[in-house]
Structure formats: C-alpha cells, structure tokens
Design a protein around this ligand. Sequence first.
Ligand SMILES: *Cc1c(COP(=O)(O)O)cnc(C)c1O
Length: 375
Amino acid sequence: MTLASSLKRLLTGQKPSRDGGPTSRPWPGLVEQYRPWLPVGDGTPVVTLLEGNTPLLRAPALEKRVGRGVQVFLKVDGLNPTGSFKDRGMTMAISKAKEAGATAVICASTGNTSAAAAAYARRGGLRAFAVIPDGYVAKGKLAQALLYGAEVLAIQGNFDQALAITQKLAERYPVTLVNSINPYRLQGQKTAAFEVVQALGDAPDWLCIPMGNAGNISAYWMGFQEYRNAGLSKMLPVMCGFQASGSAPLVLGHPVDNPTTVATAIRIGNPANGEKALAVRKESGGRFASVSDGEILAAYQVLATEEGVFCEPASAASVAGMFKYATEIPSEARVVCVLTGNGLKDPTTALDANHANLHRNLAPEAEAVVQVMGL
Ligand SMILES: *Cc1c(COP(=O)(O)O)cnc(C)c1O
C-alpha cells in the first residue's frame, strides 16, 4: 500500500477490502464517507438516501470519435437516489437545515432541485416548497416532486424569476433556501470530485460539465483543490463548462432575458454562481463555450445508442462540448464528462427524438413483425 493510498483510506474512512467480500463496508452515504471534509458535527442529524459512489464509466465509442489515444470517462451522476447530482448537495443542505431547527425548505427549480429537495426534506420530516417555471420542467421531475410530497408552485415566468421569488420568501419567512447559493449544497457536491480522483488515482486532465447556475463546476473545482492541497492528487484539471447556445450568459458575458433550450435543466439566464464559475475558469486555465440544441441532442443520442447510457439532454451538453473542442484535447489526455441527470427524467425528449424506431399498428403475427425487421 502506498503512503497516498493509506492516507486516502484514513481520511475517507474506507476500510481495506480485497474482494468486496463480507468484510467490505457498505457505502454509508457521502456525508459519512467524507465526514472529515464536510462541515458536519456529531450533533448534525444526517439525512441521507445513500447518495454518491456513482460509476466512473469508460466510454470507448466516444474515445473512438475523439481519437489520438484520449481516454474518456463518464461520471454517471444520474444514478443518484433521485436521479441527479443534486442529491449530493441536498443531503448536506437538508441535514444542516434540520440541525438549525428549520421545519420547511424552499427552492426554485428547473426540476431536479425540486425532486431532490422534496425527497430529502420529506425523509427528514420537513416541508418542501418548490417554485418552478410552469411548462418548462420535464415530466419525470415534476412527477417526482409531487410524489415525494413537495408543494409545487408553478409561476408564469422563468427560472431566474422563480429564484428571485424564493430568495425574497426565504428572507421574510421561516423557510430555508436550498438552492446552490446555499453553501452546504456545494460542500456536498464537491464529493463528486473526490470520487473521480479515487477512481482515476489522480484528477483528470480535462473535466467537461454542463453549466446552469454554475454551482456544480464550482463545487468540483473546490473538491479537486482540496484533494490536491491534502496531497491526495497531483494535478488539477482544465475545467470546461458548457451552456446551451440559447441560454449562454457565461459565454456571452451578460445575462440572457429569455433563455431557451431543449435542455431545460440548464435553461437559466442569470446564473447565481456566475462569479464563482468565472474564477474557476481563470484559475484552471479552463474554457466556457456554448453548444446548440442540435449538438446536445446528437451527443444524447450517441451516448444512448453507442455507450448504453441514457442521460438527460442537459447532461449531454458536456459530451457535445467535448466533441466540439476535441482537437484541443492533448493526445492521450484523460477527460471526464459529467452526466448530471438520468435520461428517464425527460421521457418526452427521448420519445420526440426517436419516432422512427417505433413501428406501430403491426398485425399480431410473426410474418408482419419479421417484415418490418427486414430479416
Ligand atoms: C442542475 C443541473 C445542471 C446545472 O448545474 P448547475 O450547478 O446549476 O450549473 C445540469 N444538469 C442537470 C441535469 C441538472 O439538474
């Protein structure tokens, strides 16, 4: 065992296990796993659904497209309990809200935050309010928020207006804001960077990530820096943030009044963590760029049909961005694309994009079926 790996085990509380046999410790959720790295104390009532510990999946079909020996990995964070990385932040935000005595939380949401807030708040015995842009939340996400027991307030406006409303309400009433301006959210989310380092043995050369409010890119950077400063990794990645071209305030350098994109999770015109993200770009020598809805949907399709990975459109922006800037990736570099949310969140987009593969109205006979199969 190397010094670094012993130190890593010590710091993360991992027990050595060779074979994943009965002596290996079951995953305890990310707050327990990374307790020394998080602002929690003995008295913090940890609300967890055992989030985190998501796969870092090698992507051979994407590697073939990029070429030059570049290694591509997908951080499949749609495999969290409510289907998005928001669970990483929400286990912290809800635990800390509960510790502080809150009985209700509120968020503005393009969908995933409301699903995560609802699940964790209800598990912790708190009320959950979600203010959403009416008509612009994917069906799966709305279904989740409602079923988990959130009280959903749909406004005739966009996400940015919803966030302004929730901020006002959180100032005036006894409800805790759990959007990513809540610092505990980013603390929880930084653990994804820890997992990436543990899986690769070091940070990747490039990290490609979609940006909406730009909290997640800031959280990853915090995680990579903390591990590097503790001697658990040597490198820091070039941080590449991608936005949809109809909602690209951080690329354009000014807010967008009427953001549009098929990727509703990143349909945000005035990112709450914009300043932080710009600092990340500068410090990491990173780049921000926009990708069109067409490029996003093409990457979405490639991920599903060539890698067997179903992510939501916003998540595919990371891969669309990697494709777009592929020639700038150094040969043999290691690239991690963050897949932020599960494809099942947005069945409408998947169905709309794939009508041609659905052959309907067939007679219930083998001949009729085989005819369409073309065998
Ligand atoms: C929230 C979200 C994003 C954007 O994350 P930010 O931290 O707001 O930049 C991207 N993809 C999905 C699926 C999301 O739910």
